[in-house]
Design a protein around this ligand. Sequence first.
Ligand SMILES: Nc1ncnc2c1ncn2[C@@H]1O[C@H](COP(=O)(O)OP(=O)(O)OP(=O)(O)O)[C@@H](O)[C@H]1O
Length: 316
Amino acid sequence: MTPLIECTDVSKKFGDFTALSRLNLTVPPGVVYGYLGPNGAGKSTTIRMLMGLSRPTSGRVRVLGQDPTDPGVRRRIGYLPGELRLDERLTIGQTLTSWGRLRGLTDTAYRDELVRRFGVDPDRQVRGLSTGNRRKVGLVGAFMARPELLILDEPTNGLDPLMQQVFLATVEEARADGQSVLLSSHILSEVERVADLVAVLQGGRLAASGPTRELRREAAQRFHITFAEGENVPLAALTALEGASAVERRRPESQEVSLAWTGSPDALLRFLAGHRIATLTAPEPDLEEAFLEYYQQDAPAGRSPRPLSPTRDGSQ
Ligand SMILES: Nc1ncnc2c1ncn2[C@@H]1O[C@H](COP(=O)(O)OP(=O)(O)OP(=O)(O)O)[C@@H](O)[C@H]1O
């Protein structure tokens, strides 16, 4: 089956600065693909090339089997840019109608359903809309024509938690309908619920790619442990546990310890059971931290990308 997106050895330079370096990425039909990476990693640069808004310095980009600078290709994609520019003179309804016209949208039932779901008011003027509300208008526009491919740049930026859930449910619905979605994010937890496949960018290079569940397994989990008052803080013993790294007190002399843990937390929990614990929390893994660690561990001699596993989609 022809991939919906295929980047082959794609590099992008801005003057002397290399924003993307030899990127290989394949998005097969019918999947949700998470494009992850810290700020400045090169996600938007990639997405702009996928949308034909800029050209690679070298390498080849194919979207829906074609050169994405062909305007016919762009019309077939549901696109949410990182920075959405709207015509301030229009209402939300007029905005959606004009986008629908561009796409030749005739069946407006799904658009209306999305308007209801995302809670946007078609009569409201675009001028004065908050960032979150603008994002919601952009999302309705991207999904409304049920395109075979959606490309969404940081779609949940500015959305409240409830709307994030609505968004994720809409992505799942699109996949069930056979559509593919590429979405960028710097938040792992946001993507992991919906993405079948992920690619992680670091400084313009692919640090890892593969099925989401494998990426999750590889990422170190951080634990914050507060030992009960009077309890000895067993820093050395914690450090000695296989799976533990970066074991440190959160403040000098405090009872709070923070550590990174790789693999199943079984052994950690067994160890902690022998101590009096006041609190134990496990914040979402910080993507940048987890992957910097992973990256350094796996590529000590250089910066060659390595898939988490033989990648299902052939990208790496
Ligand atoms: N037109 C440009 N000219 C010069 N440098 C650029 C240009 N566009 C992007 N860059 C640089 O390329 C790098 C990647 O930027 P990009 O916007 O793709 O990152 P990103 O992963 O989308 O991050 P963010 O989440 O912060 O948007 C950054 O260092 C950025 O400053």
